[in-house]
Design a protein around this ligand. Sequence first.
Ligand code: NAD
Length: 478
Amino acid sequence: MYDETIELLIDGVFCQGSDGRSQPLINPASEEVLGQVPYASTADLDRALEASAKGFAVWKAMTTHARSAIMMRAAQLMDDRKETIARILTLENGKPLGEAVIEVAFAAEVTRFYAEEGKRAYGRIIPARTPGVRQMVVKEPVGPVLGFAAWNFPASNIIRKISGALGAGCSIIMKPAEETPGTAVALARCFQEAGLPAGVLAVVFGEAAAISSHLIASPIPKKVTLTGSTAVGKLLQRQAADTLKRCTMELGGHSPVIVHADADLDQAMDTLVAAKFRNAGQVCTSPTRFFIHESRYEAFVEGFVARARTIRLGNGLDPETRMGPMIAKRRLDVMEAMVADALDRGATLSLGGRRAGNRGFFFEPTVLSDMPQDARIMSEEPFGPIAPISSFAAFDEVVERANALPYGLASFVFTRSMTLAAKTEEALNAGLVGVNHTVISTPDTPFGGVNESGYGSESGSEGLEAFLRTKLVSEYGV
Ligand code: NAD
């Protein structure tokens, strides 16, 4: 049923590691144990570090065209195995199988994008002030990379790091989330079978804090890239400071949605219900603070609740399922506490609000209306299937409320007016703005936040740039 053996990948070899400890892998829909996640020992990590230095030298010396060919083959294997990998992903993460299939196809596309983009790591020639001098700006891979990623997109979160690094000519040691290891191993097999040289990619699991502090302390890796919470981002950035590694930080968010008075309400509600409850709300760009113009507020709440009520919860392998479980029991406790706090402060419970069933980590699609601004959920990232809705009267007021948090990842605007759209886009403190839709993540476009949502981009040419360093070569008399 669960068609993957969870292993570490070190120096081109899949293995169980020498630590001896492991942790159970739980299916969040059934609470069944799917397997054991082996821990890497310190000696395993040191082997991975040495191998990544050697792998980097080999990979960097290859032409971008030769690297691209291997990456293209890996992407094809991902496509060929899409159904199998998606099944593994659904079993460990819980999301509906259809979403998992799309995610694995996305991983293949991201790999193809970087396989091509790596060929465009162009430098430039700068005219010199001195006769006989030629000044060249050369782009080089930054070196071995360390990647850490969350479980909510078990394929996308890691592939942006792996394929970005490989496309630029870097090696990478990836520590995926222990909640979703099988997807990472299945994708790593695609790279190895496509002919990736030993050491270029490593996959390790274990006690997150111990692994990250050991790997980051090593002088071998030159870059850290994290997709995770703001708290862990701050911690890893502090650790990276000791060896002055550069970082890319894809961190938490708390996305405002502004629905202006002139919006196409049906289109907004259809789009936002789908976006809110996708992956049970466990999405860094999930709409989380709904600000609806007061003239449309009641109609919006009514229509949103009517749509959300039809969402069918269940096991992601069931084709009827539209929303799966949350990743773990601890998340249900957080949802319950957030709902209780909002109700204590005067919010109205318009839908849901409770754990669903007693097996698996399901939480009902939940709508809280008349949201008081001081409720905990209005400042703390919910990362779950709760939509807190409030109304606004004036443009300046809603912009101030939307920009009130330290976060700055995604934001959304719904309006029929291009002028109002442009004015809102400009005013929002966010790395991503979706106008009249929520599709803000593609292989070709830069993805990333500002302020405490992090910095740096993944995907697009900016995503490649993140794994490159700049060298000036100034020649005289050659
Ligand atoms: P997390 O920060 O706890 O873990 C992320 C990764 O970091 C995991 O692999 C974890 O094992 C690892 N890690 C390394 N050192 C660690 C340490 N000392 N302590 C704990 N973990 C350590 O994140 P999470 O709660 O698993 O994931 C949810 C968060 O990720 C949310 O805040 C969400 O918004 C964010 N996220 C951001 C993006 C983005 O692109 N901006 C995308 C997906 C998720």
